[in-house]
Design a binder for this molecule. Structure first.
Ligand SMILES: [Zn+2]
Length: 172
């Protein structure tokens, strides 16, 4: 079931060195103020701009599908809701303060290890958006499983990317 809450949200992002992207190790405190809406699905709070509602609903369904696959495959469920912040385009994503001044076009999305928050733009196609969603949600599972087992979520990038989070690598 999907319901829409219309809210104006100021999202305060306090990133520690656990922010995960294709580089790491910077400490940042940023905030941004957008008129986001939140689409609440069974497991996700999907933040999106009103003009992206159609795409956000599709992405929300894709995200739930990934959740279902990974939770079954890994026999793991999240205890808390999964934040998913969707930007309308790569350009808007790059302009955000999520990872200021550091986002090359090749970064399709980021997952904050400490909070498990996935932040990403819509890719040029929904198929590519789906692939990035799967990749980042796989990271959310990695971080949550590590945390649940008492481990540090600030694992080295070679390890996090090295265990092949790309959905294409998973037999799901
Ligand atoms: Zn990754």
């Amino acid at each position: 079931m999907i319901r829409t809450l219309v809210v104006s949200v100021t999202v305060l992002i306090v990133s520690t060195s656990t922010l995960h992207a294709q580089y790491f190790g910077r400490n940042k405190v940023e905030y941004f103020d957008f008129d986001f809406r939140i689409l609440a699905t069974e497991h996700f709070d999907v933040y999106y701009y009103p003009r992206e509602e159609r795409a956000a609903r599709i992405a929300a369904q894709m995200a739930e599908r990934w959740y279902s696959r990974f939770s079954t495959l890994l026999n793991h469920e999240f205890n808390t809701r999964q934040p998913l912040v969707l930007y309308g385009s790569q350009a808007e994503f790059a302009q955000t303060n999520v990872v200021p001044g550091l986002l090359p076009d090749s970064v399709g999305g980021v997952t904050d290890a400490a909070r498990r928050r996935v932040t990403m733009p819509f890719a040029p196609t929904m198929a590519e958006t789906n692939r990035v969603l799967g990749h980042e949600i796989a990271h959310a599972f990695q971080f949550d499983i590590a945390r649940r087992h008492g481990g540090d979520t600030a694992q080295p990038l070679w390890f996090i990317e090295g265990i092949r989070p790309d959905p294409i690598q998973w037999t799901v």
